[in-house]
Design a protein around this ligand. Structure first.
Ligand code: ZN
Length: 148
């Protein structure tokens, strides 16, 4: 098994160029949200679920002041970085935290776009919501994008 593993790593290094190796950094507070999202998209095609092997998910203290957003997804084919505003996160309830995290994950890992459906997690205007409501919407979004 070992030589095959080495060959795969080598291939990633060659193809990745300056990326060298897949790199993932997830803030420990956001890790459970990330893991749940990855589980939800497990049946999506590899081209979707394994895209952007270099990933950062982190809190930043000045995001809202800097950009006017409380969450932000920077995305390319190879690299994604999600920022969540620390102060905003600390003042919202669990349902809204789930909604915010899933909103940014959907932007970065499903390339979802905004919509204007009331109380939808992809509506750019954050509304009070529950985890159950967001989960149902996410499963529909995954069905639309991944066909599963
Ligand atoms: Zn958005």
């Amino acid at each position: 098994m070992l030589p095959i593993f080495k060959a795969q790593i080598y291939a990633i290094v060659v193809l990745g160029g300056t990326l060298t190796l897949p790199f993932v950094h997830i803030d420990p507070v956001l890790q459970p949200y990330y893991d749940e999202f990855q589980l939800e998209i497990k049946d999506c095609p590899p081209a979707i679920k394994a895209a952007s092997p270099k990933r950062i998910v982190e809190f930043t203290d000045d995001l809202e002041e800097r950009t006017g957003n409380v969450g932000l997804c920077h995305r390319s084919v190879a690299f994604t970085r999600i920022e969540i505003d620390t102060k905003y996160w600390n003042k919202i309830n669990d349902g809204m935290r789930y909604s915010l995290a899933i909103h940014e994950f959907a932007h970065c890992y499903l390339w979802s776009e905004h919509n204007n459906k009331p109380h939808h997690f992809m509506n750019p205007n954050m509304n009070n919501t529950t985890k159950k409501e967001v989960q149902d919407q996410l499963r529909q979004e995954i069905k639309d994008i991944c066909g599963t």
